[in-house]
Write a protein that binds this ligand. Structure first.
Ligand SMILES: Nc1ncnc2c1ncn2[C@@H]1O[C@H](COP(=O)(O)OP(=O)(O)OP(=O)(O)O)[C@@H](O)[C@H]1O
Ligand SMILES: [Mg+2]
Length: 252
């Protein structure tokens, strides 16, 4: 399927509401937000809004933000708790080819809610020493939750994507094992690099997503970089992730 025909929905499970900025939307009222899915009265009326509709007709979103604060009670008081979103999608399937659940960094409860509902997990990782151990923590959390929640089939780990990588910073190059421009060979043993350690655990580490101010300019006008600067070479950093998703939906 060509990328542009693929129907994509973003489900924002983060109460920070960044999607408003990133997609140029107004904050959603509770009855038009993802909070409705967590209500006992939910009957499949997903509050989908079109996004970037001046450019595309295939992307919709369900907004999170502040209304999610009240959802915590709805989740914990429901009989199947973390399975609440999984159950909603089973009872009332969304007609999208790809559904992207955006979770907050703190994984309780929304990470578990998303894990139970998803087929694959993709985790960004910052190339900083304080964050490099976090991939092991995320893997521990993933294996524990998959077991506790008896998820069958198990969601698969799609991989980690190092993000906001500045290749001119020695520390980022050392952590990620990127040779300095014009040089061959690494300054650190390969075993000490993050991609090596991730791959040792049989998990994929995608190529770095480079830091670039164009993302900030693009978010200032509520657009993704691909629409803000079509053909920008920085967007190509996402190609392996896109290819992986396209493979998953075309080889079903
Ligand atoms: N590769 C990049 N280069 C420069 N800026 C970036 C890049 N990736 C993300 N940003 C910017 O960093 C900010 C946070 O990025 P993002 O939303 O991906 O992270 P997050 O951890 O989910 O943050 P939030 O807590 O806001 O949800 C955004 O303003 C975004 O435009
Ligand atoms: Mg976010």
């Amino acid at each position: 399927m060509p990328h542009d025909l693929c129907r994509r929905s973003i489900v924002e499970l983060d109460h920070n509401g960044s999607l408003c900025t990133l997609a140029g939307l107004n904050p959603a009222a509770p009855e038009h937000s993802v909070a409705v899915i967590f209500k006992k009265t939910f009957k499949g009326n997903y509050p989908l809004v079109p996004v970037w509709s001046d450019h595309l007709s295939t992307v919709t979103a369900i907004q999170g933000g502040k209304p999610l604060e009240e959802s915590i009670n709805d989740i914990y008081s429901s009989a199947r708790k973390y399975q609440i979103l999984q159950d909603a999608l089973e009872d009332f399937p969304l007609t999208s080819d790809v559904i992207l659940f955006d979770t907050p960094a703190s994984l309780e409860p929304m990470g578990s809610v998303a894990l139970a509902a998803c087929t694959h997990v993709l985790a960004p990782i910052k190339p900083e020493y304080k964050d490099t151990g976090s991939f092991a923590d995320l893997l521990d959390w993933y294996y524990e939750k998959v077991r506790e929640l008896r998820l069958k089939p198990q969601p698969k780990l799609m991989g980690f994507a190092p993000s906001r990588v500045a290749v001119d910073k020695a520390v980022h190059r050392n952590i990620l094992g990127i040779p300095k421009k014009g040089e061959v060979g690494l300054k650190v043993p390969e075993e000490d690099t993050l991609p090596y350690q991730i791959q040792q655990l049989d998990v994929r580490c995608f190529q770095p997503i480079r830091e670039c101010d164009y993302y900030l300019w693009a978010s200032g006008v509520g657009l993704p970089l691909q629409l803000y600067r079509p053909g920008c070479t920085f967007s190509q950093d996402f190609d392996p992730i896109i290819d992986c998703i396209v493979d998953l939906i075309t080889k079903k």
